[in-house]
Design a protein around this ligand. Structure first.
Ligand SMILES: Cc1cc2nc3c(=O)[nH]c(=O)nc-3n(C[C@H](O)[C@H](O)[C@H](O)COP(=O)(O)OP(=O)(O)OC[C@H]3O[C@@H](n4cnc5c(N)ncnc54)[C@H](O)[C@@H]3O)c2cc1C
Length: 286
């Protein structure tokens, strides 16, 4: 499923009730906890679902809305007037090109982080899991969440191990979050992925460490290549699914990495085409 395939017709007006920075001031990353109130009684949402945010688009590109997804982090009780209040945690995304020095500010995350109390915004959804787990409970899964692409895997992994029958297959999660994202998704309080370390078959592998951006993919490549034998073994197995989320650019970067692991670009493209045809290669790129 692609971001542009999401149905955004269900729109709700919402209001910011509170906005608070939850990363320490000395941290280079800004993550904010926003409490948002939706007045409409028709709006109902659960923790773990995602909401869409329609931020004002870049008019120079003829884009009215810029649509992005955010996970519902917490859900306080309904207000006495029947409105729904929900929390989202947003990391302010920006990227400074090291050659031109130009700053690219992520549109929706900066819009959300700049909102003040009482400002209004437009939400869509809610939406369920971004990815559906496979039917087979013994499939092998390679999960790749680059940058904010780690977000959909939180609910996915929780769901996987709560399913009946419990999931028994091998899961390798590669994520490339920086410190801010670590705080958002893997902090001591939430400890999202660490709680699955007891599962013999689960392993989360941090691939990007302190690389400032995806375009600096050397660390990513070398971490995956160091697991090359295992990865190629999994990729060659007809029981394996690959789930991939993050910026569009990762598709090409991964092709380079996997071609090395496979031994040649032709070999990799052949295997990838087979996986795509068998619906075992699943992407959410934006
Ligand atoms: C299911 C799901 C749930 C999610 N939940 C959360 C969540 O709970 N919290 C959260 O913070 N995020 C979450 N995300 C990610 C979120 O949807 C957005 O992708 C993220 O906030 C960035 O969106 P943006 O509009 O700010 O950035 P965009 O405008 O889409 O830009 C994306 C990134 O690319 C950089 N960039 C822009 N232009 C360039 C360029 N020319 N060259 C290089 N880099 C560039 C930007 O700086 C930014 O870092 C989730 C994603 C999914 C799929």
């Amino acid at each position: 499923m692609r971001l542009q395939d999401y149905d955004t017709r269900n729109q709700f007006k919402a209001k910011v009730i509170a906005t608070e920075r939850i990363t320490p001031v000395e941290s280079p990353d800004e993550v904010r906890d926003l409490i948002i109130e939706v007045e409409s009684g028709d709006f109902s949402v659960e923790v773990g679902q995602n909401i869409g945010v329609l931020s004002p688009g870049r008019m120079e590109f003829g884009q009215r809305w810029h649509f992005r997804l955010y996970s519902v982090a917490d859900l306080p009780a309904k207000t006495s007037q029947g409105s729904t209040r929900l929390h989202i945690c947003v990391r302010r995304c920006s990227y400074i090109d090291e050659f031109s020095g130009e700053e690219y500010r992520g549109v929706a995350s900066n819009y959300l982080c700049d909102l003040r109390v009482d400002d209004t915004l437009t939400l869509t959804g809610p939406y369920g899991l971004a990815f559906e787990p496979p039917e087979e409970s013994d499939a092998s899964l390679i999960l790749i969440g680059a940058g904010t692409g780690i977000a959909p895997f939180r609910a996915f992994i929780k769901h996987l191990y709560r399913k009946t029958p419990p999931f028994k297959g091998r899961v390798r999660l590669f994520h490339g979050g920086r410190t801010g994202l670590d705080l958002l998704y893997m902090n001591d309080k939430r400890n999202d992925f660490a709680q699955y370390y007891d599962e013999d078959t689960f392993e989360a592998i941090s691939a990007l460490s302190n690389r400032p951006h995806w375009s600096n993919a050397i660390d990513w490549g070398s971490v995956m290549e160091s697991r090359g034998k295992e990865l190629w073994g999994m990729l060659s197995d007809s029981q394996t699914y690959v789930y991939l989320a993050g910026l569009e650019v990762i598709r090409d970067e991964l092709d380079v990495v996997f071609a090395k692991i496979a031994g040649s670009a032709e070999k990799w493209m052949r295997r990838k085409a087979e996986m795509e045809a068998g619906e075992r290669w699943i992407e959410l790129l934006y």
